[in-house]
Write a new protein. Structure first.
Length: 387
């Protein structure tokens, strides 16, 4: 299958990730990390802490301020529920994934107030300037999607960071579609909380992700929302409140983290500038190949080739349901894409595609130009068939 659904998950991992996982599963000495001082427990702990250190450096965080979770959804649930309480107000955006929206809606039932900024007029960009009108005396945090999983548009993060700095708010960033696509440094970018997933552009296996906290979080009280085995202070009734244990109850996903570590080393060794350039080239090749096809509508602004984007092209053919096109791509052309709502209901409402959905093509560094050209040829045939 020609896999062009990398925004859902990257199925094809770099060889170094495959090899690291194969080596790890053959080892008989990976015990339970932090649960004992014998060789097997220590070997596992070494692997987890090495992964933590590499990921922390990759995002510009301190090792002690990066906690591993199962995915971005878990990271977002943990931080939002740990941080926010009744009476707080949060500003977010219409581009959010349900992994932000649903925890926020849950919190709203407990008394947290929510406001959502829409898109700028005639644009695919979040109206960050509108945050100013949404600000209230009880606003505590801004929660934003770094890159839309529907359009690939990247939010004006520096404007979000400036707004938060000026108004003493916390900036929480959902980096599910940006981590591993372009460089992120939480300190330089003014991010207080970065939530990432391991299985997409970081090329790790499923069941990996994390939360990285910036230096301003040092004084922010966070309550434990999961508790259980921690390997430390076992006689205390309350789960340890300090990072990273605060968000790491239970046994770590050692094998998964070994794979994630290899994925991030692959990105680090290639260099993010080269990775981003490759992804941009593939995305633009696809865009240029389909943009003038009869009946084709693209959701996203590709007018400036220098504009940073996630490697996503969302499109529709006339008023054909996205699911019909995506199914034909899979059955007749052996091409994987993702139709439908992409768990981003407010974004589809903003784009007017709640009923039709959008066909999403998304690329990874494992794709070749031949993959892209197959996608273009398939869309050209479908355009001739339907329009
Ligand atoms: C923007 C965005 N946020 C969050 C998520 C959730 O990621 P995960 O499924 O790894 O929890 C996704 C996944 O598609 C996403 O695209």
């Amino acid at each position: 299958m020609i896999y062009l659904d990398n925004a859902a998950t990257s199925t094809i991992k770099p060889d170094s990730v495959k090899e690291a996982l194969c080596r790890a599963i053959r080892r008989d000495d990976l015990g339970n990390p932090g649960r004992g001082a014998h060789e097997c427990s220590l070997q596992a702990l070494l692997e987890v802490e090495a992964a933590r250190s590499t990921l922390a450096k990759f995002f510009g965080a301190k090792d002690s301020q990066l906690a591993f979770t199962a995915n971005a959804t878990m990271s977002l649930n943990l931080i939002l529920k740990s941080l926010l309480k009744a009476g707080d107000h949060v500003i977010s955006s219409c581009t959010e994934h349900n992994s932000v929206l649903r925890p926020l809606y849950q919190l709203a039932e407990e008394g947290v107030d929510l406001s959502f900024a829409g898109l700028k007029k005639d644009s695919f960009q979040v109206d960050v300037a509108a945050f100013e009108q949404l600000l209230r005396p009880n606003t505590r945090a801004v929660v934003v999607n770094h890159a839309s999983n529907v359009t690939g548009e990247v939010i004006e993060l520096s404007a979000c960071a400036e707004f938060c700095r000026k108004n003493k708010l916390l900036l929480i960033v959902d980096a599910a579609q940006s981590a591993g696509v372009f460089p992120i440094n939480i300190q330089a970018d003014g991010i207080d909380v970065l939530c990432f997933t391991g299985h997409k552009s970081l090329y790790g296996p499923g069941g990996t992700g994390g939360i990285a906290l910036g230096s301003r979080m040092a004084d922010v009280p966070l309550k434990s929302v999961i508790s259980g085995g921690s390997g430390i202070r076992s006689f205390e009734k309350v789960h340890p409140q300090e990072m990273p244990t605060l968000f790491e109850a239970g046994t770590a996903n050692v094998l998964g983290l070994i794979g994630l570590h290899a994925g991030v080393k692959y990105l680090r060794d290639r260099g993010m500038a080269e990775v981003e350039a490759q992804l941009t080239k593939l995305m633009r090749r696809f865009y240029e190949g389909v943009k003038d096809l009869p009946g084709l509508k693209i959701y996203g602004d590709f007018s400036d080739p220098g504009q940073r984007r996630a490697p996503i092209v969302g499109l529709n053919l006339g008023d054909v349901p996205a699911a019909v096109i995506s199914d034909l791509l899979a059955t007749d052309y052996d091409i994987a894409t993702r139709p439908g709502a992409h768990c981003a209901p407010r974004m589809h409402q903003a784009l007017g595609t709640a009923d039709q959905g959008i066909v999403r093509f998304s690329f990874s560094t494992m794709n070749s130009e031949a993959d892209i050209d197959a996608g273009i040829a398939a869309m050209a045939e479908l355009s001739r068939a339907f329009v």
